[in-house]
Write a protein that binds this ligand. Structure first.
Ligand code: VG1
Ligand code: CO
Length: 544
């Protein structure tokens, strides 16, 4: 085996964000760019000689190029074996499962998730540790520091691996095993859910539509929903992964899944609609005449998890990201279990899950998951919903309404202002931060009294680490909140996310239109932060 040591110079922009390094394909395809980053990852890890590395991606444009480079660098750095999904494909939750199941040292997940793909779109690389979850900040910071110093990387001189072919090959001294990307994942789902009950549901005429958005979940959804569970052919739409996502935007929200939403609002539409994102870790849930906000979905899944065999004995606790609504908190309170509020990004849930302190985690951005893996999991959420529907024999709308009648409703919306000038966005956040000390006690609109105003700092109760500046929160005495933070996954300019929440107790009005229910908070947020005036935008780019 020839190991080449290749001279390189550092790039200064390889700082991982909320979920790995995400950049335009045009940035990733610069000379040595992928190589520098992958070598910087390996340089930040210890004691992996001879061990197993998992590599998989969401199949987007450039996946095939980057994966061959990563395999050659892994071989030159002394990994003993690489497990790779056939054709280089693994959904993010499936990759997490493979790392755990085969007790790998870690894994590389090649994905820019919900960001658009294609030659003009985005690509991404993320490192996951041995628990199957995204590397904690300690590692991502070390990788970034290394990427600014790197002066060479190691690569074996070997031909491309035939990724289409299941089985074992060799690259230098390293074994490369190409595996079926779906099989282990499907088996895991079967251990968690009552597949007989879900089969019965489909057999009884229940109809669903699952939009794989031409992204990675297509093969998983075909195999599990239409194959194992017997949903009629055609249940899965856009089920063939495409490197450019068929020129779509694989973000399962009400903008990019508007057709599905409209269909679910018609009498002849199916009973249930769901979608997942580019790498298969997000979920969109829509019942007939009922869109379920991700924050509500987290609360509902937690409250009903015991109906699925995998959670029969109850859940240990719940964690949610800070901007996610407090709906889940009310469930935790009632169940008498732990509740944790973490910064945005799945990497912050890992310690809590590993320590057994929480079982179910979720984010307002359409991410929910459990301790079965260490990533959020789109199809898992869909299957848990189906399991609950099959057992409760009620519609999504009925289940949601009953939940609100028991716990009250947290009206919730997120307004995204995408591709804003970064300078303007940073000043806006700085200026709002400067106002925070003067806000507590102030009363707005006669009845909105500020209870606290801060920039969220998280203290990890498991490893004692601290993460500061995780988003501005302004909380009111009635439980309402305004949250504002900058996205850490965008690749152009800055994306401002404004999150608004208001609680309406059980017995209150639960049938208001969300934007009108939150109108006074929306106006107040704009008054405090000056989003419209400073960005010149009259409307958010996306409302969820
Ligand atoms: C967004 C979401 C966050 C999620 C992250 C990765 O991050 O808000 O909740 O964990 O995307 O999701 P940000 O920093 O842009 O707000 V995925 O499905 O793109 O890996
Ligand atoms: Co994703």
């Amino acid at each position: 085996m020839t190991i080449q040591t290749i001279k390189t110079t550092p790039y200064d922009d390889q700082k991982p964000g909320t979920s790995g390094l995400r950049k335009r394909v045009t940035v990733f395809s610069q000379p040595h760019y992928v190589e520098n980053f992958v070598q910087s990852i390996f340089d930040s890890l210890e004691d992996f000689a001879g061990k197993v590395l998992v590599i998989g991606g969401d199949g987007r444009f450039y996946n095939d190029v980057a994966i061959q480079k990563a395999i050659r660098i892994a071989a030159a750095n002394g990994f003993g074996k690489v497990l790779v999904g056939q054709n280089g494909i693994l959904s993010t939750p499936a990759a997490s499962n493979i790392i755990r199941h085969y007790k790998a040292f870690g894994g590389l997940v090649l994905s820019a998730s919900h960001n658009p793909g294609g030659p003009e779109g985005d690509f991404g690389i993320k490192y996951n540790i041995g628990n199957g979850g995204p590397a904690p900040e300690k590692i991502t910071e070390a990788v970034y520091a290394r990427s600014r110093q790197i002066d060479s990387y190691r690569m074996v001189d070997a031909p491309d691996v035939a990724l289409g072919q299941i089985g074992t090959q060799k690259v230098g001294d390293m074994v490369v095993e190409v595996i079926d990307p779906v099989a282990d994942y499907a088996r895991l789902m079967e251990t968690l859910f009552d597949f007989d009950a879900i089969r019965g549901l489909f057999a009884s005429g229940f109809r669903m539509t699952f939009d794989a958005m031409s992204a990675v979940t297509g093969p998983y959804a075909h195999a599990i929903l239409e194959g194992i569970l017997g949903a009629p052919k055609g249940t899965v739409v856009n089920g063939t992964p495409s490197p450019s996502f068929n020129n779509g935007h694989p973000d399962p929200n009400l903008v990019y899944c508007k057709d599905m939403f409209d269909l679910l609002m018609t009498p002849e539409g199916p009973d249930f609609g769901a979608a997942s994102d580019g790498d298969g870790d997000r979920n969109l849930i829509i019942g007939k005449n009922r869109f379920v906000t991700p924050s509500d979905s987290l609360a509902l899944l937690a409250a009903n998890a015991h109906l699925a065999p995998g959670y029969r004995n109850g859940i240990a606790g719940i964690a949610r990201s800070m901007p996610t609504s407090a709906a889940a908190d009310r469930v935790a309170e009632k169940l008498g279990i732990e509740m944790h509020e973490t910064p945005t990004g799945w990497k912050f849930f890992g310690n809590l899950l590993d320590a057994g302190r929480v079982t179910i985690c979720g984010e307002e951005s359409a991410g929910t998951g459990s301790n079965h893996v260490r990533e959020k999991d789109g199809l898992w959420a869909v299957l848990l919903w189906l399991n609950i529907i099959a057992v409760r024999k009620q519609s999504v709308d009925e289940i949601v309404r009953e939940h609100w009648a028991t716990y009250g409703r947290n009206y919730y919306t997120r307004h995204d202002y995408e591709e804003v000038d970064a300078g303007i966005a940073n000043t806006l956040v700085d200026d709002l931060r400067a106002q925070l000390p003067g806000l507590p006690g102030k009363v707005f609109d006669d009845d909105l009294q500020v209870a606290y105003a801060d920039d969220f700092t998280y203290h990890d109760p498991v490893d004692g680490s601290t993460s500061a500046r995780q988003g501005i929160r302004i909380g009111f005495t009635d439980g309402s909140r305004i949250v504002l933070r900058l996205s850490g996954t965008g690749t152009v300019g800055a994306t401002l996310r404004l999150y608004l929440e208001r609680y309406e107790a059980a017995g209150g009005r639960h049938d208001l239109e969300t934007q009108s229910a939150l109108a006074s908070l929306i106006t107040l947020a704009d008054q405090l932060a000056g989003v419209r005036q400073r960005t010149g935008r009259q409307e958010p780019s996306v409302i969820t």
